[in-house]
Design a protein around this ligand. Structure first.
Ligand code: ZN
Ligand code: ZN
Ligand code: FE
Length: 764
């Protein structure tokens, strides 16, 4: 096929492409480019990615390679593109070869993708054979990570293995010029899996009728469990307070916000104030839940919250449900009982949700692993990952200079794990809070799953874990027969996660780690820490919030008045806190007694608990029903007020601040003003301390991490204060991994990789 001229000798080259390159239509793209440039040779998937052999004139090869570099399919993410000359073999045409499998896989798995515009058009085209088919997909869209059972990514290695293709699907799958060429999950109503509805003893077997019935039930105020991409959701009408209320009571979920799905972007705009960045995120192929300031109140959906979590439809099924009359906005929340992980196996869902869902809309295609919805927020101009999961995992979040496999097991709250394969850091989907039997099992399964996928023997691993000896994750890590275990301090890991994201592993920084709790090197509970150092050299703790005695361990995080008892024990002449305006419950006195007698108390420098204590002082005296609730409430109070000037403060000692707040409360100052002044004080304190350390050590960067920095107002105030003071410090925050403990695994991996490269001396 190549037109050979006598003066144009044929040459040959090999191109290897690494990254997210399988299951994204790369091979048909290469094939078409080869046709276009009259190049002979072949393309194939292998365990590392995609390999191309090209033979043609030098000019044709150059044009071909240029096109490969420039015009890759939208879902592909190229990490590496390498080219070398080889001997020409005299090949006459261009072929797509079968996958080759040699050695352990290093190829990167694609995350699950939302339905593409072409498939969406076919879904609603009565003349198309995929009309109304809930599993329609192509090389540009559909499930990936949630259906892969092993690598490489071929149909036989997915949960679609049980549905042989019909002749029409097979023809598309085999046609190099078709959008479904080698789209592994292709299926149609004639050959593929279906949906059915289970309502008590009654089963509706036809997909379309099942979807219509589910939509009608939701419209009538019922709760339906719906099988999605990475697990089951519970759905109800977000505009029916009674339905939302019954979902809360059946799920034992008191106040934690529910996310909603809306039919389209216009409806999202009606519900919330959307910036261009919010809209970009809503329409991203990852289709995360996007947190945005709400414009309307949906009673019971996100009580006391100024933000609303919104997502757009991402599966064909969601579009079909809306087309069948399902209400929009639709509450769509992970299906589970209270603290358990999202249900993803049919039998488990039926059992766990029997008292919660009125009916089950169940799809036949099995889910290989649970993958929750992701949650993102926009902080100023920055995107902030809150929960990194569906659509993002398992993409690479960073690179480390090691070849050995490394596993980091994260922390016990908001757990994720990280696996480093040939230097690429893959962070797992959100697993949840460990300490619950099902979640612990899910954690162990995820470790096993990732190791199996990349064929890593645990005995070859370096395993990083939190320093906390009692963590479920720590004990699990120590139970694995690794080459080496590395304990990493929690707040070091927070700071390192920022530096790893920014690929500044050598750079010395001021590290600020503010969160609820983490095990300190001295056995105390840390959480208001200032460090100096780098990922390479390790971090030194330079300072912290002034320590207090925190009564009652974990309960201090659940009851803000208990945290207040710890801080207020440091003050003399306290007014009667059970009287107005404070109205503290009796728990406060019990907690105070614990502090006075030094019973069940822990030394704590936690900034998260300081937020709780201040929230209690300005009126949040009840129990927190989800992590961070009191601090979020305090931030929302502050945001409702105009900015206020800070309280006088004395370095990292909170006592003058607390005294001033008590005085203000007694004087009847509005709580929004007090909350705003508190935020201003904390921001000024952080900036003051950063400036001091940066000046003393000659540092240009500060890295701020930990759950407290999910507070938008605090971050904005710090930003503003740094520029107002003209400080030559560049602030670094997390972006692609959460600032909360969901980012810990990345930081652990980064620090452990340095231990490894330095011969295991540091930190051990
Ligand atoms: Zn598609
Ligand atoms: Zn078919
Ligand atoms: Fe933390």
């Amino acid at each position: 096929m190549s037109t050979e001229l006598p003066d144009q000798p044929r040459t040959a080259c090999r191109v290897t492409i690494r990254g997210i390159v399988q299951g994204v239509g790369l091979r048909p793209f290469v094939f078409r480019a080869a046709q276009h440039h009259q190049v002979a040779g072949w393309v194939q998937n292998d365990a590392a990615g995609v390999e191309v052999h090209a033979e043609a004139t030098p000019r044709a090869i150059q044009a071909f390679v240029d096109e490969l570099r420039a015009d890759c399919p939208p879902a592909a993410r190229i990490a590496e593109f390498a080219m070398r000359s080889v001997a020409a073999e005299g090949i006459a045409d261009f072929q797509i070869r079968a996958s080759r499998r040699e050695g352990p896989p290093t190829v990167r798995v694609t995350p699950d993708l939302c339905i593409c515009p072409d498939c969406l058009a076919e879904l609603f085209d009565p003349a198309d054979r995929h009309f109304h088919y809930p599993y329609i997909n192509c090389t540009n869209c559909g499930p990936r990570y949630s259906i892969v059972q092993r690598l490489p990514y071929d149909r036989a290695n997915t949960t679609m293995v049980g549905w042989p293709m019909c002749s029409s699907c097979r023809a598309e799958y085999d046609n190099r010029l078709d959008r479904r060429y080698h789209a592994q999950p292709v299926a149609c109503p004639a050959c593929g899996p279906a949906y059915r509805l289970l309502e008590g003893e009654v089963t509706v077997d036809d997909s379309s009728r099942a979807i219509e019935r589910a939509a009608a039930m939701i419209k009538a105020g019922r709760i339906v469990a719906i099988k999605g991409i990475g697990g089951y959701h519970l759905a109800c009408d977000a505009r029916r307070p009674a339905a939302v209320e019954s979902l809360r009571s059946r799920k034992y979920r008191k106040e934690k916000p529910f996310a909603v799905m809306v039919r389209n972007l216009d409806e999202a705009r009606e519900l919330a104030e959307l910036s261009a960045e919010h809209e970009r995120l809503l329409e991203d192929v990852a289709r995360p839940i996007v947190l945005a300031p709400r414009r309307v109140e949906l009673p019971g959906v996100a009580p006391d919250n100024v933000l609303l979590g919104i997502m757009l439809p991402y599966t064909p099924l969601h579009h079909l449900l809306f087309a069948a009359g399902a209400p929009s906005p639709l509450v769509l929340t992970s299906a589970n009982r209270s603290s358990e992980p999202i249900a993803f196996r049919d039998a488990d869902a039926l059992e766990a949700l029997s008292g919660i869902a009125d009916a089950f809309l169940m799809g036949e295609r099995p889910i290989a692993r649970r993958v929750d919805d992701s949650v993102v927020a926009v902080r100023g101009s920055r995107t902030q990952m809150i929960r990194r999961s569906r659509g993002y995992t398992p993409t690479v979040v960073g690179h480390l200079a090691i070849d050995e496999p490394l596993l980091a097991v994260g922390a016990d709250l908001k757990n994720t794990i990280a696996l480093v394969v040939h230097g690429d850091v893959l962070v797992s989907q959100h697993i949840g809070d460990l300490g619950d039997l099902e979640t612990d099992r899910s954690f162990a399964d995820t470790v096993g799953d990732l190791l199996a996928m990349y064929e890593i023997d645990p005995r070859d691993l370096v395993i990083a874990h939190d320093r906390h000896p009692e963590f479920v994750s720590t004990r699990f890590a120590l139970s694995l027969p690794a080459r080496m275990h590395v304990a990493v301090q929690h707040h070091h890991a927070h700071v390192a996660s920022v530096m790893a994201e920014h690929e500044l592993l050598e750079e010395p920084v001021v590290g600020v780690a503010f969160d609820g709790t983490g095990y300190g090197n001295d056995g105390a509970i840390w959480g208001g820490e200032f460090f100096v150092g780098s990922v390479r050299s390790g971090f030194t703790r330079e300072d912290s919030l002034r320590p207090v005695q925190m009564p009652g361990g974990d309960a201090a995080a659940r009851f803000p008045v208990q945290a207040a008892a710890g801080f207020l024990a440091e003050l003399d002449d306290l007014p009667d806190m059970t009287a107005e305006p404070f109205g503290f419950p009796a728990r406060f006195h019990q907690a105070r007694q614990l502090v006075e007698r030094r019973v069940r108390c822990f030394t704590s420098t936690s900034a998260g608990r300081l937020f709780d204590a201040v929230a209690a002082l300005v009126g949040f005296t009840r129990e927190s029903t989800f992590e961070g609730q009191a601090a979020m409430w305090l931030e929302f109070q502050a945001r409702a007020s105009a900015p206020r000037s800070p309280y006088p403060c004395d370095g990292l000692d909170a006592r003058p601040l607390l005294r001033a707040i008590i005085r203000d409360r007694l004087a009847g100052r509005p709580i929004g003003e007090i909350a705003a002044a508190f935020h201003a004080t904390l921001a000024a304190t952080v900036v003051e301390q950063m400036a001091l350390l940066a000046g003393r050590h000659g540092l240009r960067f500060a890295a701020l991490s930990g759950g407290v920095f999910q507070n938008e107002l605090l971050v904005e105030s710090i930003d503003r204060e740094v520029s107002a003071r003209g400080l030559p410090i560049k602030l670094l925050f997390n972006s692609s991994v959460p600032a909360n403990d969901g980012g810990i695994a990345l930081g652990q991996a980064a620090l452990a990789s340095m231990v490894l490269s330095l011969g295991g001396e540091l930190l051990r």
